[in-house]
Design a protein around this ligand. Structure first.
Ligand SMILES: *Cc1c(COP(=O)(O)O)cnc(C)c1O
Length: 426
């Protein structure tokens, strides 16, 4: 445990909770004119005290030698490091229960830089489906142009489908990564992270190198699901969603052990996919209320989902908290997730016309894609976020024309229920 007071994680014999650490961890006011809050370090470059310092900082940044005891990496240039990002990353690592976090310009910057760091020509990447549209495009349209072959398995296919995809992939070349998105959006399908890790370990002997297990934790992370604790090597999150939480920024993060993160750090420096200092500062402000916001959103979502379940004009509600005891995902949900979160989908009775009529009548819910903000949003997956999926595949996934996705915010849940009530009745 470090002696630096701004990096202390215990008081007396109590280990401080993550939400407490979000207020000040990693920031020393006495390095910044005693300012209570970290300033925004709007600078591209940093002044060296001496040429020797500059040399030492570069030696560390370029990995030319190992860190000396108690040596801190020096600030060089904001594509490599910046105080706002370093403080933010220390806090995100705490939430992900990781050694190290890297902050990126977007969730897609985090996901793509991570895959560039691990995939190589001739290798295969196994991934669950459905995944976020941008991730799907990267895996199935862009990476193949660089000789990386994707092998998909459906989230609802369980461990058997995952095993079959790994078998097909290993016949095609060394498997570089297993990429999972769980819960899947908008279907809520769950993927067993521990099982993916076990499959990755089985490949270590035959391949000479264990594939990395990467989890996109955007839907429940970082509070309601900790993939690293279940065997993932890397957890990627779109900070645009719950972590930013106010629908006013775009950013991403990737966490893991120092060893797993190292190649991604190098790739981020060269691709220039890092987060900017101002966005980093906004994210720190957001982290102070993350637990309050996510808890309120989850409580509201449970109320809204319960209202919809009993409504005569609603055909089905896909809310993880309602998984029946005999559903194949129930045990996995209880092992892997701490909450059902606040993004879920429901089907109205009828088709596109009935779904559109409800969407167009909503007044408190805003009609927009994205999720995880303080305000509630509603969207139509079949014609919006998931419109590039072929109709057959949409049908197989259950993305019907009657499906509406909700992201429940932190308004009074009874207002949201009144809004849905008038929209459904209308
Ligand atoms: C939004 C989202 C992304 C992409 O994040 P951006 O910040 O928009 O780049 C990736 N995965 C999931 C699950 C998302 O919801």
């Amino acid at each position: 445990m470090t002696k630096k007071p701004w990096r202390r994680r215990v008081v007396g014999d109590r280990r401080l909770a993550p939400e407490t650490l979000m207020m000040g961890y990693g920031y020393d006011p006495f390095l910044s004119e005693r300012s209570l809050k970290p300033p925004v370090f709007h600078t591209s470059t940093f002044v060296f005290r001496s040429a020797e310092d500059g040399k030492a900082f570069f030696e560390l940044a370029y990995g030319l030698r190992a860190k000396r005891p108690n040596e801190e990496p020096g600030l060089i240039y904001s594509r490599i490091n910046n105080p706002d990002l370093e403080i933010l990353e220390d806090r995100l690592a705490i939430l992900d229960e990781a050694e190290v976090n890297l902050a990126f310009a977007s969730g897609m910057a985090a996901i793509s830089t991570t895959l560039w760091a691990y995939a190589r020509p001739g290798s295969a990447v196994v991934h669950s489906g459905p995944v976020y549209g941008g991730t799907d495009f990267l895996l199935n349209r862009i990476l193949p142009q660089f000789g990386v072959t994707p092998f998909a398995f459906p989230a609802e296919g369980g461990v058997k489908a995952m095993e079959e995809a790994v078998e097909r992939a290993r016949a095609a070349g060394p498997v570089a990564a297993l990429f999972l998105e769980t819960p899947a959006n908008p279907t809520g399908g769950l993927v067993d992270i521990a099982h993916a890790r076990a499959l990755a370990e089985r490949l270590e002997g035959p391949q000479g190198r264990r594939p990395v297990v990467i989890v996109d934790n955007t839907l429940l992370g970082p509070l309601f699901q900790t993939p690293l604790a279940h065997g993932a090597d890397l957890v990627a999150t779109s900070l645009t969603k719950y972590v930013g939480g106010h629908s006013d920024l775009i950013a991403g993060g990737c966490s893991g052990t120092a060893a797993a993160i190292e190649p991604i750090r190098g790739m981020r420096t060269i691709l220039g996919t890092m987060c900017d200092p101002h966005t980093g500062w906004l994210l720190m402000r957001s982290l102070e209320t993350l637990k309050l916001r996510m808890t309120a959103g989850a409580e509201g979502a449970l109320k809204v989902a319960a209202f919809l379940r009993d409504h005569p004009r609603v055909a089905s509600v896909w809310y993880l908290g309602f998984l029946p005891g005999d559903h194949p995902d129930r045990a996995l949900f209880e092992r892997q997730c701490r909450s059902a979160g606040s993004t879920f989908a429901f089907e109205v009775k009828g088709g596109e016309a009935e779904a559109f009529a409800v969407l167009n009548r909503l007044e408190v819910f805003k009609l927009a894609v994205s999720l995880g903000g303080t305000e509630s949003l509603a969207s139509h997956p079949a014609t919006m976020t998931h419109s590039d999926i072929l109709p057959d595949e949409q049908a197989r996934l259950g993305i019907t024309p009657a499906l509406i996705r909700l992201s429940v915010g932190i308004e009074n849940p009874d207002d949201l229920i009144a809004d849905l009530g008038q929209a459904l009745e209308g």
